[in-house]
Ligand binder design. Structure first.
Ligand SMILES: Nc1ncnc2c1ncn2[C@@H]1O[C@H](COP(=O)(O)OP(=O)(O)OP(=O)(O)O)[C@@H](O)[C@H]1O
Ligand SMILES: [Mg+2]
Length: 161
């Protein structure tokens, strides 16, 4: 992870608001990498982000635990949600059309480290971890390459609503 622009302990509803704020900054084609251990809240964040992008708070957003990939069609074009936990070798990404997706869609990637050097260089990085309170998660936000600007804007907007 690069230097965090925002570090906060958030409840699930606060996390949903942060995801909605991020959705408002995306124009299409960005990559959001979601780091964190099992149960850290990656799918919960991804679900809130996808629902905000679709402007449909009840849209069904299953965890792609077994399919590894779930596709949506949003106002900014395609959205692809990956969960790479079950990926054994990065070559399996070919079967998932991973490279095409990162070039064309908003990609939201759980377990991004599994993609190794196939991960796009420009990406918003969000790391989730346990917090003091059981209903909160520590979130750490940063950006790489051209996504630094998006991450910085989100940190500014969220810090000063
Ligand atoms: N502040 C919070 N933010 C996100 N999730 C929270 C929070 N507080 C509690 N939770 C709960 O923690 C659980 C997180 O599960 P989730 O499936 O999102 O984790 P995950 O990181 O995707 O796990 P996996 O690695 O297995 O895919 C959910 O049951 C959610 O309701
Ligand atoms: Mg998950």
């Amino acid at each position: 992870m690069t230097k965090p622009l925002l570090q906060k302990s958030l409840t699930e509803s606060e996390m949903t608001m942060l995801a909605a704020a991020l959705a408002g900054l995306l124009v299409g084609g960005e990559c959001i990498a979601l780091h964190g251990e099992l149960g850290a809240g990656k799918t919960t964040f991804a679900r809130a982000l996808i629902r905000a992008l679709l402007k449909d708070p009840l849209h069904e957003v299953p965890s792609p635990t077994f399919s590894l990939r779930q596709d949506y069609s949003g106002r900014c074009g395609p959205i692809v949600h990956f969960d790479l936990y079950r990926l054994v070798v990065p070559e399996e990404l070919d079967e998932l059309d991973f490279d095409d997706a990162v070039g064309a869609a908003i990609t939201i990637i759980e377990w991004p480290e599994r993609a190794s050097d196939r991960l796009p260089l420009n990406r918003v990085e969000i790391a989730l971890s346990e917090s003091d309170a059981p209903d909160k998660r520590q979130i750490s936000l940063s950006g790489r390459g051209s996504a630094c600007e998006t991450a910085a804007c989100l940190a500014r907007n969220y810090g000063h609503p």
